[in-house]
Design a protein around this ligand. Structure first.
Ligand code: NDP
Length: 277
């Protein structure tokens, strides 16, 4: 890192914000923190600001880690942000994020949006990265100071872009977790051992990268809609519902998945077309 002052303010000390503060402290930054519930700042070893305004005044770079963008409005609403760069690493919709960017600019500040692709304990580790979007010059000016947290993936000037990618990754991840839990429930309720199933579940991940590549290509062509393929998949999805029901596993997720294949068979549209609209 160059001779630039290594100083940052971190606002929001939930599990992610606390780890952001710790990561900057480990990288030998001057770290000032503020949190609505004050006790969370006590044991970090960072400089504790008494007010949000005092925290904002302490460093050019102000990193936010909050539940949503409404929390940013509540905290920064009456503060002059002239000369500050607000980097909001909180989750929200792309549209709400663009409104947040305008909110910061109306108070004199610069703005970048970020989506953290890591668990708190993974920050600064090899697998962690953060999607960023916002004005390119603002990102370039802050890139070096953001790098200690995680690798940076810059997506362009539209502030909403980081959230589009972040929410798309959640759309991928959340059903994956639920599907895995459904599989574990079927195994357990069927009298088998979850530990015995685990290596098979892990083995299935080996081919996912190739599957994603193949499906990306097909999505660009509208997705697979061969009638025989759709009927085969619909039957498979129905069997998961029947298997779940037979052993007392909740069928809401399986029935929802199955409904896509049934609709695909009925309309001869691919499931991608049904989702895409
Ligand atoms: P937490 O629930 O642990 O912390 C939420 C933080 O937001 C707290 O500091 C809380 O303050 C603050 N907050 C919420 N509402 C308000 C408000 N109205 N006014 C002021 N402060 C408010 O969440 P995390 O730390 O886990 O997550 C923070 C962000 O990071 C989220 O957007 C999340 O999606 C994202 N993220 C989290 C990951 C994780 O694994 N934890 C992974 C990737 C992204 P208070 O302490 O006073 O309640």
């Amino acid at each position: 890192m160059t001779n630039r002052t290594k100083a940052v303010t971190v606002i929001g000390l939930g599990s992610m914000g606390r780890q952001i503060a710790r990561t900057y402290l480990a990288a030998e930054f001057e770290v000032t923190v503020w949190n609505r519930t004050q006790g969370k700042a006590d044991d970090l070893g960072a400089q504790r600001a008494e007010t949000a305004a005092e925290a904002v005044a302490s460093a050019e770079l102000v990193v936010l880690s909050l539940t949503h963008y409404d929390a940013m409005d509540a905290i920064l609403g009456s503060i002059d942000l002239t000369g500050r760069v607000v980097v909001n690493l909180s989750s929200d919709s792309p549209q709400r994020t663009r409104e947040g960017a305008a909110f910061v600019r109306a108070r004199g500040g610069e703005f970048l949006a970020g989506g953290v692709m890591a668990q708190p304990e993974e920050l600064a580790g090899p697998s962690a990265y953060i999607f960023y979007s916002g004005p390119p010059a603002v990102f370039e000016a802050q890139r070096e100071l953001l790098r200690p947290l995680a690798a940076t993936e810059y997506l362009g000037a539209d502030e909403g872009a980081a959230q589009v990618y972040y929410q798309a990754m959640l759309a991928l991840f959340l059903p994956l977790l639920l599907g895995y839990e459904q599989a574990l429930a079927i195994i357990d309720r069927s009298g088998s051992e979850i530990a015995r199933f685990l290596p098979y579940a892990q083995r299935s991940l080996g081919s996912v990268g190739d599957l994603y590549a193949a499906w990306a290509g097909m999505a660009e062509e509208g997705g697979p809609a061969d009638p025989a393929y759709l009927r085969m998949m619909a039957a498979g999805a129905r069997h998961v519902v029947e298997t779940s029901a037979a052993v007392g596993v909740d069928t809401v997720l399986a029935a929802s998945v199955s409904s896509y294949w049934e609709r695909a068979v009925g309309t001869s549209a691919s499931t991608f077309q049904l989702l895409h609209g």
